[in-house]
Ligand binder design. Sequence first.
Ligand code: SF4
Ligand code: MG
Length: 324
Amino acid sequence: DEALLRLKEVSKSYSIRRGLFGERKTLTAVKSVDLALARGEVLGLVGESGCGKSTLAKILLGLEAPTSGDVLVGGQALAGQDRTKLARRIQPIFQDPYSSLNPRKTVFDIVSLPLRIHGIGDGPSRQKRVTEILDIVGLSKRVTRAFPNQLSGGQRQRVAIARALVMKPEIVVCDEPTSALDVSVQSQILNLLSELRREFGLTYLFISHDLAVVQHLATRVAVMYLGRIVEEAGVDELFETPRHPYTRALLDSVLTPDASLGVPDTELGAAFPNPIDPPSGCAFHPRCPKRFAPCDHEFPPTVPTKNGGFVECHLYRERAGASQ
Ligand code: SF4
Ligand code: MG
């Protein structure tokens, strides 16, 4: 298995009660997802909020167990892997540096915590490693004694990046790492992530609702809708030849001035559906401008495309038949 990270048929459901005596309902946040990440790749995972992308991130970080399916890191099942070994393989950077950094701890404490948790090095060597990693992410030695509230948003995200990299991981899972930041700071952080990738040969899973951000960084893109990956393609191919109607709608919204606000409902017709009560057939059918006879009752086929990509849509089903 060449993949550094692989998801096989991964699903995650939650049981949810509506009100105190309400009936229990099942919310399936991730539905039978297959995904592979090769070394050095940046896989962009895009979709609207509520599509399951953060749940997927938590599953592959080992923060949540899948309801079914397998997560393999370095060819081995994630469940049961040695925690320190795993921390050296995969680290997260989350969206909000305000809430993900402990306000009562200094930058030194925050960045050195993974080393202390995993018993790596002694006092002086940790000090050295923290200073080194802060320098790498563009923070001066002076911030070591600062608390998060004394730093700007961009500085805080640099601290979060330093904390992720202090363990020298192979894979970094970035969940909307720039969406809480000002636009000018966003591009600095994206450039930094890009430089770090080149310098240290990192592999990223880059989660974002913003296709423009993904285009900047990703080598491959997976588009997620209501818990399913509905299209996957190389980044240039996806932007030049988007196949799934949802991908096309997302791309159209990139071209509107309000792209940062996500997908405007006006472009997609109906609003994002309730994941507790997903539409039948193709889950995208109530919003799809291309829907036709089978879409509201038949689950669409997964149709292979170029270079290991695929699209899950009835529009391409003849090709699905032809390739079998
Ligand atoms: Fe649209 Fe039908 Fe394709 Fe779903 S399967 S995206 S409804 S055309
Ligand atoms: Mg999210």
